[in-house]
Design a protein around this ligand. Structure first.
Ligand code: URA
Ligand code: URA
Length: 247
């Protein structure tokens, strides 16, 4: 079991004990079964999707991570934000998209990918055969950087523990890293996105497919073909594991 999952489990346990002490037991309906894999890394990480998220902490884990974030002031982005943009979608999703940081519209609405790039992401999700509400969408950074500037290393560092816990709660079969920042953060390498994309990596034992950011694809539509081929690999991975979109 990874350190983050241990941490999340102990958070859940502490929260449950807290509720029980207050006589509200039974409100956490999530079975906390041990991972069937027993913490072993996937046998062939490069070809198999992670196991189905039956052992994921799911909605309860996500709620707890969100609660831990609170009205965060851990980094300087808290000064300019309207909403913390935590994430949206299915807590049991097999497929999770991770973007960079909220933009203006996301900051206003408190939901990731609802602006122009989000419209393209919605089309990409639909083209994959999924509904937006069947997958899960979040960002590396939960608060909008001023004027949509690039996230700074201290901001990524401040937010990363929550992303880790969030992904430990979701435990998806596969992650898609959208753009340079997500790819670098999740793959742990700074290879240019043009070379990194299309090459499967892993994050905490979960396969990660780095690809272009939809905002980049809006500026350079000629690159959509490459992004689509990256997503075909993701779909093949899901299908091979019996987790593909409904036919
Ligand atoms: N770009 C991102 O990376 N994330 C969003 O939520 C919106 C735009
Ligand atoms: N630069 C990025 O940040 N993302 C892309 O997808 C392409 C270039």
């Amino acid at each position: 079991m990874t350190e983050e999952r241990e941490e999340l489990r102990s958070l859940v346990a502490a929260f449950r004990a807290h509720l029980e002490a207050r006589g509200r037991s039974g409100t956490l309906g999530v079975p906390l079964a041990p991972s069937p894999r027993g913490g072993q890394p996937p046998a062939s990480e490069e070809v198999a999707a992670a196991e189905p998220s039956g052992a994921a902490l799911g909605a309860e884990g996500l709620r707890l991570v969100r609660e831990t974030i609170g009205e965060c002031t851990r980094c300087k982005l808290s000064g300019g934000r309207r909403h913390i943009v935590f994430g949206v979608g299915n807590p049991q999703a097999h497929l999770v998209f991770v973007g960079e940081a909220p933009g203006a519209e996301e900051d206003l609405q408190g939901e990731p990918f609802v602006g122009a790039a989000g419209q393209l992401l919605n089309r990409i999700i639909a083209a994959c055969g999924f509904k937006r509400e069947e997958v899960y969408i979040c960002n590396i950074i939960k608060c909008r950087p001023p004027s949509n500037r690039n996230p700074e290393p201290d901001e990524v560092a401040a937010c990363e523990p929550f992303l880790k816990q969030q992904l430990a709660a979701l435990r998806p079969a596969v992650l898609v890293a959208l753009g340079k920042f997500a790819a670098h953060a999740l793959c742990g390498e700074s290879t240019p996105i043009t070379r990194l994309r299309g090459n499967l990596r892993s994050y905490q034992g979960i396969p990660v497919m780095p690809t272009y950011h939809p905002a980049f694809l809006l500026r350079e539509p000629g690159r959509k073909r490459e992004a689509w081929s990256d997503l075909q690999q993701v779909l093949a991975l899901l299908r091979n594991s019996g987790l593909g979109p409904p036919a």
